[in-house]
Ligand binder design. Structure first.
Ligand code: SF4
Length: 351
């Protein structure tokens, strides 16, 4: 049976629910396999995680973040307490939600430079990072309702979902929340064209929206100008991995603040789209060449070396095409009023 659609909500049929559970289990097993490889076969685990899964993620967040949020292995794990009836099902206050969002942005900016210092070359350390996130997420799941505390709160990927997922192609039914409990307002999954500026109720939300929207393009640019360190020998070499990303972040933050002060309020969303497009385009501008042997730092981030059989122009053509696509989608195209997921039937409503 196909899902039953109402105007704004969807109730998953038994068959659709089973299909999503199968998909969630399959992706969870893939995640567990990658985690096992990171621990016991690090060279394979690093390629699977950092050179295949992570490079696909930004494009997926532009096209269909809801698809990822339905099957993310960390989400499936963290929602176990809720699914098993072990959660206290508390709701976050607006202030808590704002603070969680800000912590997520700060965590993103603190963790990502450490890839150069540790994670890109150390499988067990990457596995520990993932396990630590799962432990935090599951712990929160014992107290808070559905996705509010982790998936729509502390997860360091969530700020990037908000920035890149502002004009998605694909909306699918919500396969995680059985019924909508209004656990977070506005719900990022169920709000059309959700973006960092969609919730600015508290000062914490406004700071995190500014930091992710304005800072991310420069942060990414700076990140790609740091090589993977073979070994960290001193405290100063450890902190050196932060210098370029933070310099880039401050630079684009200043440009954004200047433009934001000049333009009319009604163009704020366009400006956010421009910076989102710049961030994701910058990522692939550097990441695709590095994946295929045309990177600036030798074998850093290499998936397969095609430099002997492929012209550099082909790589430039691919990155240019992607850049045009992202700028069209996030900056030029009209907002299409699509959400990441279709809200499940609300509690109290008839299914
Ligand atoms: S759909 Fe409802 S229950 Fe699920 S995360 Fe959004 S607000 Fe919470």
């Amino acid at each position: 049976m196909a899902p039953t659609f109402t105007k704004k909500h969807v109730h998953l049929s038994e068959r659709s629910t089973i299909a999503w559970r199968v998909a969630q289990t399959a992706v969870w097993l893939v995640g567990a396999t990658i985690l096992t490889c990171l621990l016991f076969f690090p060279s394979i685990g690093i390629v699977l995680f950092w050179d295949i899964l992570i490079p696909v993620a930004p494009a997926l967040l532009v096209i269909a973040p809801g698809l990822w949020r339905n099957v993310c292995p960390l989400a499936t794990t963290n929602l176990m307490p809720r699914r098993l009836g072990l959660s206290k099902r508390r709701k976050l206050t607006g202030k808590q939600s704002g603070i969680f969002g800000l912590v997520a942005v700060v965590a993103l900016y603190l963790i990502v430079p450490l890839r150069h210092a540790v994670f890109n070359t150390n499988g067990p350390a990457t596995a520990m990072l993932i396990i630590a996130m799962a432990v935090i997420g599951v712990s929160l799941g014992f107290f808070y309702e559905w996705k509010s505390a982790w998936c729509s709160g502390l997860c360091p990927i969530h700020p990037v979902e908000k920035l890149y997922g502002a004009n998605v192609f694909l909306t699918v039914p919500n396969a995680q929340c059985d019924k909508c409990m209004h656990c977070v307002t506005p719900c990022p999954d169920s709000t059309a064209n959700f973006n960092p500026g969609s919730s600015k109720k508290t000062i914490w939300m406004r700071i995190s929206a500014l930091l992710i929207t304005a800072g991310l393009p420069g942060f990414i640019w700076g990140w790609f100008h740091v090589p993977d360190a073979a070994s960290i020998t001193s405290i100063s070499s450890f902190f050196s991995v932060y210098e370029m990303p933070m310099a880039g972040l401050v630079f684009t933050l200043a440009i954004y603040s200047l433009l934001s002060a000049i333009i009319q309020n009604k163009y704020e969303r366009k400006l956010s789209g421009l910076f989102a497009a710049a961030a994701v385009s910058c990522y692939y501008w550097y990441r695709i060449p590095a994946l295929f042997g045309f990177g600036s730092w030798g074998r850093d981030g290499l998936l397969v070396d095609l430099s002997k059989i492929l012209s550099a122009w082909a790589i430039t053509g691919i990155t240019l095409a992607l850049t045009i696509f992202f700028f069209y989608r996030l900056f030029i195209a009209e907002k299409n009023r699509k959400s990441w997921l279709i809200r499940p039937v609300k509690v109290g409503a008839k299914a």
